[in-house]
Design a protein around this ligand. Sequence first.
Ligand SMILES: *Cc1c(COP(=O)(O)O)cnc(C)c1O
Length: 464
Amino acid sequence: MNYKDSIKVLSEAIENLEVWLNSHPFNDFGAGEINSHQIKIVIDELSEKLKGNYPFQSGVYAGQMLKPPHPVAWIAQSLTSLINPNNHALDGGPPTSEMEKEVIPQFAQMFGYREPFLGHLTSSGTIANLEALWVSKCTHPQKGVAFSSQAHYTHRRMCEVLGIEAFEIPVDTSGKWDLDKLRKYADRIGTVVVTLGTTGLGRVEPLHEILPVCKELGIRIHADAAYGGYFKLLTDVNAASSDGSDSNPAIDPTPWQLTAKTDSIVIDPHKHGLQPYGCGCVLFKNPEVGKFYKHDSPYTYFSSEELHLGEISLECSRAGAAAASLWATLKLFPLRNNSPMVRVLGDCRSAALSFHDFIRKSMTFNLMETPELDIVCYYPAADTTSEISRLSKQIFSKGMQEKRLFLSLFKVSADFVISKNPDVKADTKEVTILRSVFMKPVHKNAAHHIFEELTALLDQVRNS
Ligand SMILES: *Cc1c(COP(=O)(O)O)cnc(C)c1O
């Protein structure tokens, strides 16, 4: 569907909604002087400014975790924002609160949580994780939180915000946790954060190895699946649509089979869930943690005895439009094996696998490791770590300046690179390498082009 068709759907929906809007006439925004011509001038200026973005929608953009939302999502969001409901109290947005209550069980079910559980949407993965760590503080007031050295930086920061101790567990070059270190601090740890899909390398941390240790030590487990969560849908090998080409996009189900045993999970619909920004989600297996959220608001919660979402979330106002957008998207992309969502994720994963194959076979680039999801890390072949960093940074800048290729950079330890490639000489402690997130289906056909541009860019920066 192109944007013109989407606009048509949106404008017909607005016409429909206008009947209701006009039944309670409202045309005074407090500045009656401003006419549509003036609005147009500002919006024209905006659309010019927006061209200053990198082409996130394109196959040549394989940098950060960014992509435009699906049309159904932005149509639903735009339409709903005409009314602007607030999912704080039920009377702030009755239909969108219902939608939120409808979508949460779909995520819970995907991860294997059974009724009763507790969950809600948040404005981001950061807030969703903050809530999970805050609940850890409530259940284990004297204890801290442990996460691996590859966890998102938000966990250390939120421990600071919450005033709880943070324990960083080292991982080896293959991603294995130093479980002895975890044992050593066990009596000071309330919750362990396991990242299912690390933001850097896209690794799925070995929940199956960590979980038994935590159960034995009486430590809670929080799964940060902000980025990786949707990939749970690709763990069913039969579901992953193998179109007979290259490699099977299915992923190793082992760690994912245990999500039901975690105490809380975070997933970001605004990463892989086709949503505009402003949509995270946190789930708790034990609904009793709801008691920590309980508070008495002198302003709200009067309309019904039923649970108001504001009573189980740290944030007060939350966009009803975000719930509407997610609800509408899940109608077309349900979290099931036979959903088009599986094809979307499968194409992203196939793109990453085919790109990784080009790198693996190439003489001029080296692969960091085989991608577990849709992130590939790699670097130009060179004798020293400083030269790898220099070339990576130059490829990154030149590709972007000339609008040919949009990648991202990632810093790793020199030891890590050398463990994979002993021929490299370490003359620095850290190395800057290249990182690409293949989170759009269009990447499937772009992988070869990206590799060719990359090779051309490397030639040019080597000779400059
Ligand atoms: C993106 C991400 C976060 C932070 O989520 P935001 O939605 O950006 O606030 C946390 N953890 C992981 C693993 C992530 O990938």
